[in-house]
Design a protein around this ligand. Structure first.
Ligand SMILES: Cc1cc2nc3c(=O)[nH]c(=O)nc-3n(C[C@H](O)[C@H](O)[C@H](O)COP(=O)(O)OP(=O)(O)OC[C@H]3O[C@@H](n4cnc5c(N)ncnc54)[C@H](O)[C@@H]3O)c2cc1C
Length: 286
């Protein structure tokens, strides 16, 4: 039986799961909690509710519906997805093989507003350690983040870089770091190019850190970051998909806010159903 892993338990992911489970596919949702819906106090433009419904209630009801049909729901954070003979989804505590993976993690968290961060994207600032670590081999790098996702990026960089510093920009880190990683919690004032072609990170207290590269990994990994690690085409934070919601990576699909366009429940639910239909068709053709 084909195994489907759905990353994200919002309207897109749950909608897809309802289709794949009912088609007999082994379906698991991995979700790190309520996404954008949790912030929507009252939704009154979604079909079927005479009175406004809270986003959280809608999200909980969707998950319950999926659970009742037999979908496995795991509360965890996905930190990475790999591809060898099969797709492999890594969480903070486990690893799962899958024939098909649907990315439905919503629209990305905004990176902290730091002067020079977006201006230096592609010029030392990166959002993907596995993609760009090679450019900084033997050189000092920093990771900007505070949680499990940042720790994952730190671990990718440690064997390659000469040193790794974790910068939290005044946030208390939620993790314990490997011994050989420096922790610097100072608030960052701005990021600029230095004379060596790397980056100069200026702190509000007047201090400076020079690094070859800065890897942004705040919050949890968004779909675009996870997709990029697999070589999937993205445009900014939007994952590029075809008409069936398939990415350019075999077996990898995306749906909902992470594909851009209209950021609405209706569209997320539709794209989840579309992706599931394509997955079901592909699994039957095997
Ligand atoms: C304040 C506000 C009000 C809104 N009001 C409306 C409205 O009135 N009508 C309307 O139609 N839409 C509204 N929306 C938009 C709507 O909430 C989104 O379009 C919809 O929730 C998108 O669904 P999704 O499944 O793509 O993503 P989300 O609902 O964001 O779900 C993403 C899921 O992915 C999970 N996730 C993320 N990263 C990871 C990871 N690394 N590992 C594991 N899980 C992960 C999250 O925990 C979550 O379960 C509103 C949004 C906001 C913020």
């Amino acid at each position: 039986m084909s195994k489907v892993i759905i990353v994200g338990g919002g309207p897109a992911g749950v909608s897809a799961a309802l289709y794949t489970i009912r088609a007999g596919l082994d379906t698991t949702i991995i979700s790190s909690g309520v996404g954008a819906l949790g912030k929507a106090h009252a939704i009154e433009n979604y079909y079927g509710f005479a009175l406004p419904v809270s986003g959280e209630a809608l999200a909980m009801s969707g998950l319950e519906q999926a659970r009742r049909l037999g979908v496995k729901i795991i509360e965890d954070e996905v930190t990475s997805i790999g591809f060898m003979d099969k797709l492999t989804v890594k969480t903070t505590s486990d690893e799962f093989d899958a024939d098909y993976v649907l990315l439905s993690t919503g629209s990305p968290r905004t990176a902290p507003r730091i002067s020079g961060l977006s201006e230096n994207e592609g010029k030392g600032v990166s959002y993907c350690a596995v993609c760009d670590a090679f450019f900084h081999r033997g050189k000092p790098v920093a990771v900007l983040g505070e949680g499990e996702y940042a720790l994952h990026e730190v671990k990718e960089l440690l064997p390659v870089a000469s040193s790794v510093t974790m910068l939290t920009n005044n946030v208390t880190p939620e993790i314990s770091l490997p011994e050989d990683v420096q922790l610097d919690t100072r608030k960052i004032e701005k990021i600029e190019q230095n004379e060596e072609g790397g980056l100069k990170i200026r702190f509000e207290n007047g201090g400076v850190l020079n690094v070859s590269g800065l890897f942004v990994a705040f919050g949890v990994a968004g779909s675009a970051e996870l997709a990029r690690k697999l070589g999937a085409i993205t445009e900014g934070n939007r994952i590029v998909v075809d008409a069936t919601m398939a990415t350019n990576v075999p077996g990898l699909y995306a749906a909902g806010d992470c594909t851009g366009g209209m950021l609405q429940v209706n569209k997320a639910v539709y794209e989840g159903a579309l992706a599931a239909t394509a997955i079901i068709k592909a699994s039957r053709a095997k």
